[in-house]
Design a protein around this ligand. Structure first.
Ligand SMILES: [Zn+2]
Length: 315
């Protein structure tokens, strides 16, 4: 009789398909790329903080993700656990989050006086809730010198109090795309997963990230190549290239990475918008800027980029 019940239960139990292994692996791969880019963004934003007029309240050195951003929620659970809807995907070594004991998998459940669970989510998959979280964090870290957050690991909840430490504004994120592209929209830096796969080293990836960060720090107009005049594109691209060399140097990256990137990418015309104003011209501009830096004295180990200095004065 017992066997009959067991067999009956097995036959009538709903069939739950396991998430596809390749989807789980793909989600983990994107998270690993996000973690790699976060390290670079954290270094660039902190090392150049003294010189940026466009700042944000804080960069604790973490990557957050939301289960709702993944089209396959079961695969996301298999890949990361996800006991809370918004969790820490990774922490940057030496960042404030790591210093406070935050670990990948910790759930973010409260920001200031708002529960993350109360944030709207009108569609899935989407980053709608994650964007709201990002804006809330900016608000909390803006006016206050202490940002009360609550995280949860298992059944344990903990309060975090980050000290306000303004850094260069930019939120670095990986766009899961098979096009080799990067972009800047004023306060965010977008790097595609294909571009991260394409670069040959962290110095090369830092060069691309610093170039996009430079656009944001100089308040360059945003938009596609088609919506911008080619003349202004040439000017702003060369400005971003010049400033990127300073940002890299201050952050301890080898600016040769920028030259290596163009040597790899240029002859193949690999990057759409990056083609303006031509990779040889860009390499010459970068080399010239490296010569300027070599002749500029560092103060406290860092150099004030002339383009940022002029931008600050114009504010
Ligand atoms: Zn650019």
């Amino acid at each position: 009789m017992k066997w009959f019940v067991l067999i009956f239960a097995l036959i009538t139990a709903p069939v739950v398909a396991a998430p596809k292994a390749e989807t789980v692996a793909a989600y983990r791969a994107i998270a690993a790329q996000d973690a790699r880019l976060a390290v670079i963004g954290h270094r660039l934003a902190n090392a150049n903080a003294a010189f940026c007029s466009h700042k944000m309240g804080h960069n604790p050195g973490w990557v957050l993700h939301d289960i709702a951003q993944y089209p396959d929620a079961d695969a996301a659970k298999s890949a990361f656990g996800f006991t809370q809807p918004v969790e820490v995907a990774s922490v940057v070594a030496g960042g404030d989050a790591e210093t406070q004991g935050v670990k990948a998998g910790d759930g973010l459940i409260r920001i200031g006086n708002r529960d993350v669970a109360s944030f709207t989510l009108s569609k899935k998959p989407s980053v709608e809730r994650l964007e709201t979280v990002r804006k809330f964090l900016d608000d909390v870290w803006g006016p206050s010198d202490l940002a009360p957050l609550r995280v949860k690991r298992g059944t344990e909840t903990r309060e975090l109090l980050f000290q306000l430490k303004p850094v260069c504004a930019s939120y670095f994120w990986v766009d899961a795309s098979n096009k080799i592209e990067g972009g800047a929209d004023g306060d965010r830096v977008r790097i595609t997963s294909a571009l991260i796969d394409f670069v040959g080293s962290d110095d090369e990836l830092a060069a691309v990230a610093a170039h996009e960060l430079a656009h944001n720090l100089l308040g360059h107009p945003t938009g596609s190549a088609e919506t911008r005049k080619s003349k202004s594109i040439t000017a702003t691209e060369l400005e971003a290239d010049r400033l990127s060399v300073w940002l890299l140097t201050n952050a301890g990256y080898d600016p040769q990475g920028a030259l290596q990137f163009w040597q790899r990418c240029g002859p193949k015309s690999c990057v759409g918008l990056f083609r303006y104003p031509g990779w040889k011209k860009r390499m010459a501009t970068i080399k010239a800027e490296m010569d300027v830096i070599a002749k500029t004295l560092a103060q406290n180990g860092r150099r004030d980029p002339p383009l940022l200095s002029a931008f600050r004065k114009a504010q």
